[in-house]
Design a protein around this ligand. Structure first.
Ligand code: NDP
Ligand code: X2W
Length: 343
């Protein structure tokens, strides 16, 4: 059994990791941390885990985490980078759900996250954990940077078009909407019921920290210069991301539908919907799936792609488990068989 530690076990992505890992056939959960809840039994705080997780929250101490085979960081940005060098030195592998190891440029990190990087020497080694792009590098990696939620939906949506070189990579548009759990579990005014429900708004239009991450990923898919307009929105639902993507066709393609189906043939967690479908966020709620459909409205030169994920699963904890499976040579699908909840 693989001994797993979770740092940040009381946040939404930490609890989602617990839900998935408690059902994983090859995993033993060995440590779950929370500074605020240290000493409290996990199942007392989260009764859905009664009978499944028989541990109490502990302090995030490196000496305790060093006994694990792999540690997941489900913590705010800038926390993992302070502990990861010691864990790697102790032979522990790490999957960071935060952004600490996603950007390759320390200047970009400083600019978008507003703090100096604590271990810039590890950025080259860290593997960006989008399996549909980096599967081979993830196998055997010591340190995986799990992608952000918006970046997962947007990159998977654009990938077939950029790889085929049939769109203007300089004028891409990603219009994305997220459920409120994307903001995490900490108390904040903008995520209160009365603030977030029965309303809908864009935010971060001038620049969101996922912009450099998405741009970096898209640059790896094409030799052409990439230009991206990214506009996130907060929508009054709990889980889910719906990304509507626009690109201008510049090259010939017989069938966009066939291009998407061929690109993702054999991918266990990307589902290309039948032509003409409009994927709904509820069709992926609780599942590690990205559902995609592709359109060319009125035969004009604009391609429209619809890409939906659950921000907490394929956008965070599920993808992290998928990465762990690859790192340890397991079946990539192990523990990730959940079907979405309807309604
Ligand atoms: N929510 C989402 O949809 C997604 C989130 N992410 C990323 O995943 C990470 C976790 O997000 P989320 O679960 O939403 O966050 P939450 O705010 O819900 O939870 C954060 C967790 O981290 C712990 N924590 C906070 N500060 C520290 C610290 N200094 N040292 C150790 N533990 C700490 C908290 O517990 P305590 O304070 O008690 O120790 C808590 O358990 C973030 O980096 C986020 O950006 C990525 C993709 C999607
Ligand atoms: C709705 C909402 O607030 N979403 C978050 C993004 C989700 C996330 O946690 O992204 P990282 O992993 O990169 O931090 C936001 O826009 O800040």
């Amino acid at each position: 059994m693989i001994k797993v530690g979770i740092v940040g076990g009381t946040g939404y992505t930490g609890v989602e990791l617990l839900r998935l890992l408690a059902q994983h056939p090859d995993v033993e959960i060995a440590a779950i941390t929370s500074r605020g809840e240290a000493g409290q039994p996990v199942s007392q705080m989260f009764p859905n885990l009664r009978g499944r997780v028989d541990l109490a929250f502990s302090e995030p101490r490196v000496d305790v985490l060093s006994a694990c085979d792999v540690v997941f960081y489900a913590t705010p940005n800038g926390i993992a980078m302070k502990q990861v060098p010691e864990l790697l030195a102790a032979g522990v592998r790490v999957v960071d759900l935060a952004a600490d190891f996603r950007l390759k440029s320390t200047d970009d990190w400083q600019q978008w996250y507003g703090m100096p990087h604590a271990c810039p020497d590890l950025l080259a080694e860290a593997v960006y954990g989008l399996p549909e792009v980096n599967r081979e590098a993830i196998r055997g990696a010591r340190l995986v940077a799990n992608p952000g939620c918006y970046p997962t939906a947007v990159q998977l949506g654009f990938l077939p078009l950029l790889k085929a070189g049939i769109v203007d990579a300089g004028s891409l548009i990603a219009d994305a909407k997220s459920g409120v759990s994307g903001a995490g579990r900490k108390a904040e005014v903008h995520s209160l019921l009365c603030e977030a429900s029965e309303s809908f708004k864009a935010y971060g239009v001038a620049g969101h920290r996922h912009l450099p991450e998405i741009r970096q990923g898209l640059r790896g898919m094409t030799a052409a210069p990439v230009g991206l307009t990214f506009v996130p929105h907060l929508t009054p639902m709990i889980r889910g991301i719906h990304a509507t993507l626009y690109a201008r066709l510049t090259g010939e393609v017989e069938s966009l539908q066939a291009l998407y189906e061929q690109t993702y043939a054999g991918e266990p967690f990307v589902d290309v919907m039948p032509a003409g479908s409009h994927p709904e966020t509820r069709s992926v709620k609780g599942a590690n799936t990205c559902r995609i459909s592709v359109f060319r409205p009125q035969g004009a030169d604009t391609v429209v792609v619809l890409s939906v994920i659950d921000n907490l699963v394929k956008g965070a904890a599920g993808q992290a488990v998928q990465n762990m499976n690859l790192m340890f040579g397991l079946d990539e699908r192990a523990g990730l068989g959940q079907i979405a909840l309807l309604p």
